[in-house]
Design a protein around this ligand. Structure first.
Ligand code: ADP
Ligand code: MG
Length: 311
């Protein structure tokens, strides 16, 4: 059942997902470099290119797309992810490269998605990093929701922040509605959730309590239990001013006070020419500029993310 697969409360704390409402915010760049940093701590890391149909994580690691890829798993040519997992040049770091046949994976059907989600959960590694596609399609959200560390990346600009709020709202709705077994009820609840355009003004707890009569007691209880468990982490990328860098703390407060969601601001990464150059040359920043300020920022953010993962 989707409900059980999306349950990220189990022990482990080892799946990290990068999502974003807006594209081009730096998810793949960060996934690759964070993977390199964690692997450098002698932890086994598997990077998964789950940007179905738009795979490019291999390029950030300067690896050619040859041999088996995710397409072969999705099409059923191989039955598990082991033959698709390739060792990178970095010790302890492997990659599951995205599909070579984008049309075949971009719109995977429900059954295939469940198969893929289960296979990710079965992977054997200290950490699994999921680089996701952009936006709020169910395919993206479900990969985001299986993660223990749900990391959203945004740029400090109005459109990106707006998309950030839409992203977490939709992800929360998706998780909570997966607990409603009846399809018709789920649809009705979707409408009441969606109508809450200015949802910051009305906390989700109120929406849940107003659903009295729509949801049966057992389901409502499950939703009430699950809601406080939904926690998100934020990284601001492409910051240039002190105001940008502080914005994360403001968003933290909005999430807590106006929406009722736990959000932890992990930090910022400045706009930096070395990032651009490293991407162009296909040399991961952490290897190309091991002592730069952005490299240090990525290391600090990753360490902050990992603190407490063994709890
Ligand atoms: N802090 C930064 N400063 C400068 N360029 C950046 C920064 N972060 C990301 N980029 C560049 O932005 C582009 C898009 O990044 P990418 O990781 O592919 O985005 P996404 O995966 O979110 O679509 C890449 O060329 C990357 O090198
Ligand atoms: Mg990407």
């Amino acid at each position: 059942m989707l409900r059980d697969i999306l349950d990220s409360s189990q022990a482990g704390g080892r799946i990290i997902a990068f999502g974003s409402g807006k594209g081009g915010v730096g998810k793949s760049f960060l996934a690759a470099n964070m993977g390199i940093h964690i692997a450098g701590l002698s932890k086994k890391v598997i990077l998964v290119d789950a940007d179905l149909g738009n795979a490019n994580l291999h390029t950030y690691l300067n690896l050619p797309l040859k041999g088996l890829t995710l397409s072969d798993f999705i099409s059923g040519k191989v039955s598990n992810l082991a033959p698709v997992t390739i060792q990178t040049d970095v010790p302890y770091l492997s990659l599951i490269p995205g599909g070579k046949a984008p049309l075949g994976v971009a719109n995977i059907v429900y059954k295939k998605k469940i198969m893929f989600l289960k296979a990710i959960k079965r992977l054997s590694a200290d950490f699994i990093i999921l680089d996701l596609g952009t936006g709020v399609s169910f395919n993206v959200l479900d990969f985001f929701l299986i993660a223990h560390h749900k990391v959203v990346i945004a740029r400090p600009e109005p459109a990106s922040i707006e998309n950030f709020y839409q992203f977490i709202k939709t992800a929360l709705w998706r998780r909570l509605s997966s607990l409603i077994p009846d399809l018709m009820t789920r649809k009705r609840w979707e409408v009441s959730f969606d109508q809450e355009g200015e949802w910051g003004a009305k906390r989700v707890a109120e929406i849940i309590s107003e659903a009295e009569g729509m949801l049966d007691g057992e389901v409502k209880k499950k939703i009430e239990e699950e809601f406080p468990r939904f926690a998100v982490k934020l990284i601001l990328n492409w910051t240039t001013t002190a105001d940008h860098r502080r914005l994360g703390y403001f968003i933290e407060k909005v999430c807590e006070n106006a929406i009722g969601i736990t959000l932890r601001y992990l930090g910022y990464i400045d706009n930096d020419l070395q990032v651009e150059e490293s991407t162009r040359l296909r040399k991961p920043l952490l290897l190309n500029y091991p002592d730069s300020s952005v490299t240090r920022a990525i290391r600090n953010i990753t360490n902050r993310l990992l603190i407490g993962y063994e709890r």
